[in-house]
Write a protein that binds this ligand. Structure first.
Ligand code: PLP
Length: 361
């Protein structure tokens, strides 16, 4: 730390992303990326732009991408805000709608960046405990008097709140914003976008990083009332007007247009996930009922920390959280069928090793 750092940032705890090693070839199942490449149409569009347009600034209004998303979701273009990954969208939401009076809350076990943003923006944020089975008790959010952020499905649990439950939260907090982070919604749960026109406090956040195979493209978006989007644009234009680069924008547009490819990849991920859930259960794992592109698993006879370490030694990256309540779970992204066959084979081998050592670790 330099002696020049602002006093306000002395105690900042930065978000720690999953590792992205380039030295050895791993089966990479630690950051919930898609195992499939982006649509071939995305590659085609990027190649074309690379020779034609990179000398110019990108469009600060991301007009064409916004129009494609508006058409896809049947909302007005004025109801869409595009950011550099949903992380940036979330950061702008914190900047725009949270302050000393407008405090926040979110589950104690959820996407780690909410806590980091709350701290870096100096926001008082309650972390509300999940129930013992990791479900969200919505009674904690009724008339709660704070802005609310809920990942639905939640991460890293993969569990889902129903539409009815979200409606109850929205209707009892009309003076506060309710942010529903739908990073994983395309893997089998229901989006809240249809609730936006009847709930002016709702902000739905989504991303191209998971279901659109574009994590490296860094595109996220918020869908909300026109007024909320206007506020977010004000923040963006006072911070980084060209936040979406031309290559990402072009990639995003081509991706949204190739609906068939989007559905096909997501169907494959869901099919593999359901199979893998069963296979983990057959090996004695507890597997939460995820509706995402990852599973959150735990085994009575093998400490999660050890499993995470052993499977890494065998060439598979997974995510382990050294945090209270979830330190005996490992989060594993759903890869291709071939990758998951390998994961199951290695897992079985690790379990046998532990059993033959007579070791309950
Ligand atoms: C729940 C949730 N929200 C948001 C993000 C951020 O996604 P991105 O910034 O890649 O759009 C993630 C990433 O893993 C996530 O799990």
């Amino acid at each position: 730390m330099s002696r020049f750092l602002s006093n306000e940032l002395n105690n900042l705890e930065a978000y720690v992303p999953g590792e992205q090693p380039k030295d050895v070839k791993y089966i990479k199942l630690n950051t919930n990326e898609s195992p499939y490449p982006p649509s071939p149409k995305v590659i085609e569009a990027i190649n074309k732009l690379a020779v034609e347009g990179l000398n110019l600034y990108s469009d600060p209004d991301t007009r064409e991408l916004t129009l494609s998303l508006a058409k896809f979701y049947s909302v007005k273009p004025e109801q869409i805000f595009v950011g550099n990954g949903s992380d940036e969208v979330l950061a702008f939401i914190f900047r725009a709608f949270f302050d000393k009076e407008r405090k926040g809350c979110f589950p104690d076990i959820t996407y780690g960046f909410y806590k980091v943003y709350a701290k870096s923006f100096g926001i008082d944020a309650n972390q509300i405990p999940l129930r013992d089975d990791f479900t969200i008790d919505i009674n904690n959010y009724i008339n709660c008097g704070r802005n609310i952020i809920i990942a639905n499905p939640n991460a890293p649990t993969g569990l889902v709140l129903s539409h009815e439950e979200i409606i109850k939260i929205l209707k009892t907090n009309t003076d506060r914003v309710v942010v529903i982070d739908e990073a994983y919604v395309d893997f089998g749960s229901k989006s809240c976008i249809d609730l936006i026109n009847s709930n002016h406090n709702l902000i739905v956040v989504q991303t191209f990083s998971k279901s659109r195979s574009l994590a490296g493209g860094r595109i996220g978006y918020a869908i909300a009332s026109e007024e909320i989007i206007e506020d977010l644009n004000k923040i963006k234009f006072s911070f980084s007007p060209y936040n979406i680069n031309s290559l990402s924008s072009i990639a995003g547009i081509a991706s949204v247009k190739d609906e068939a490819y989007f559905h096909e990849c997501n169907k494959k991920v869901i099919r593999t996930r359901e199979r893998v859930k069963e296979e983990f259960r057959k090996l004695g794992f507890k597997v939460l009922d995820t509706k995402t592109n990852f599973v959150f698993v735990s085994h009575e006879d093998m400490a999660a920390r050890e499993y995470h370490k052993k499977i890494r030694e065998n060439g598979v990256l997974t995510r382990y959280y050294d945090e209270a309540r979830i330190d005996n779970y490992v989060r594993i992204t759903i890869g291709t069928d071939e990758e998951m066959n390998e994961v199951m084979k290695i897992t079985e081998k690790i379990l046998i090793e532990f059993a033959s050592l007579g070791k309950v670790i």
